[in-house]
Ligand binder design. Structure first.
Ligand SMILES: Cc1cc2nc3c(=O)[nH]c(=O)nc-3n(C[C@H](O)[C@H](O)[C@H](O)COP(=O)(O)O)c2cc1C
Ligand SMILES: C=C(O[C@@H]1CC(C(=O)O)=C[C@@H](OP(=O)(O)O)[C@H]1O)C(=O)O
Length: 388
């Protein structure tokens, strides 16, 4: 199973094409729209989110609420496009026309300058339009499809915010996805602790007042995963490695860890590795889950626990040193609009990219053209693993 995405932040639409989904999977626009709405929420977002109200159109591969096995095309329109048509249109302009809203002032921390030099764009709009996290909209639509597939196998996924700007929620993850979902849905910062939530909100407000931005840490857990997704036999089949790639591909994500993650460096092996136990009703499990559900690039069957760190948003009202590429003069930042913290929204993106990687690993382990056949193979394997 694979996908491609296309689309600019202020272009007409975002598009994704998925190839390799089994036939007869129930898929509705409503299920995808619920996820798109979740991504748009969250404290700290800028004015763009007041313009957009993301809705998916399913343009191929689904008929009467079920996949047919053909490629699935998903489209989300940019409402803001109507304000950008003369700037972002594909038609050539003649020499007498002025290119409007040219960008010649690269923002430290964004893709502007590197992309401009690499692709030879004097107008850095040609870079920022695609490097914008607007693309995460369609990644969430893809994640919604993946979640739909995973739900057929009882695999559930939830995300929460565990840190914003140094304000931390130290509570260990809950093993119930439902606990996380119910609390984070009601929380504007998608945090599980009410008191800490208020401190996070205050930190975001304070940063905004100072023309600054904040990053943070998000956590995603996945339950119901069978043992043995991914593989130890080759580097690019290791599922933890693929998830790490997917998480750090989210705009502004700079690191990833599984289970106790970087804290493993401080502890002896006896306090890191999870002891193996067996029981008649559960088969092989682990006493603890410090390794976050992975050994040897494969799932252990314990919940997957993955965390990603997001750096603060690069577009700042507070000036940072940069250089205008036309005049070579230093300038002070002047911007129109930006998010000042997108960590809560990014937790939904993180869930989505993790869901996609797991769905893809499921398709590799139980390859099939029909969802029913895939379920049969899954159930047979679960029984085999239990009796092993
Ligand atoms: C949901 C989300 C919203 C974002 N919103 C903004 C924004 O409003 N302004 C901005 O400068 N960067 C924003 N970013 C971050 C940039 O897209 C990102 O820093 C940029 O693409 C450069 O890539 P890098 O940080 O991964 O190196 C956002 C990221 C995410 C995940
Ligand atoms: C559009 C979204 O996020 C955008 C991500 C983004 C960036 O530079 O990454 C910059 C902003 O774009 P704009 O300049 O149009 O306000 C955000 O609003 C979105 O999340 O849907």
């Amino acid at each position: 199973m694979r996908f491609l995405t296309a689309g600019e932040s202020h272009g007409p639409q975002l598009t994704a094409i998925i190839e390799g989904l089994p036939a007869h999977l129930e898929l509705t626009a409503d299920a995808i729209n619920r996820e798109l709405k979740r991504r748009q929420g969250g404290y700290g977002r800028g004015r763009r989110m007041k313009i957009e109200s993301d809705q998916v159109q399913i343009l191929s591969g689904v008929r009467h609420g079920q996949t047919t096995g053909a490629p699935v095309t998903l489209v989300v329109q940019n409402k803001d496009w109507k304000n950008w048509q003369d700037i972002m249109g594909p038609d050539p302009i003649d020499a007498s026309q002025e290119v409007k809203k040219q960008v010649t002032r690269p923002r430290p921390g964004h893709a502007d300058l590197n992309g401009a030099i690499k692709y030879g764009h004097r107008d850095m709009r040609n870079v920022l339009e695609r490097s914008s996290a607007r693309e995460t909209t369609i990644r969430v639509a893809l994640g919604a499809v993946a979640k739909q597939l995973l739900s057929q196998f009882g695999i559930e996924i939830a995300g929460r915010v565990v840190e914003i700007g140094g304000v931390k929620d130290e509570q260990e993850y809950a093993s119930s996805v439902k606990d996380i979902q119910s609390i984070t849905e009601a929380s504007p910062v998608r945090c599980m602790d009410k008191e800490i939530e208020q401190k996070m909100i205050a930190a975001i407000d304070e940063a905004k007042k100072n023309g600054d931005s904040l990053g943070g840490v998000v956590e995603v857990i996945v339950t119901g995963v069978p043992v043995g997704l991914g593989s130890h036999v080759h580097f690019d089949r290791k599922l933890d490695a693929r998830i790490a790639m997917a998480v750090t591909s989210i705009n502004a994500f700079k690191g990833v860890e599984f289970g106790i993650g970087f804290r493993a460096a401080e502890k002896p092996g006896s306090q890191v590795h999870d002891e193996i136990i067996w029981s008649e009703d559960k088969g092989y499990t682990r006493k603890t889950n410090r390794l976050g559900g992975f050994e040897g690039g494969m799932t252990t069957g314990m919940p997957i626990v993955v965390r990603g760190v997001m750096k603060p948003i690069p577009t700042l009202y507070k000036p940072l040193q940069s250089v205008d590429i036309e005049t070579k003069e230093p300038f002070s930042a002047s911007i129109e609009r930006s998010d000042n913290c997108a960590v809560p929204a990014a937790s939904v993106v993180c869930e989505s990219v993790v869901a996609w990687e797991i769905a893809q690993a499921m398709m590799e382990k139980f390859p099939s053209d029909r969802i029913e056949e895939m379920k049969e193979a899954f159930e047979k394997y679960q029984e085999w693993a239990m009796n092993f």
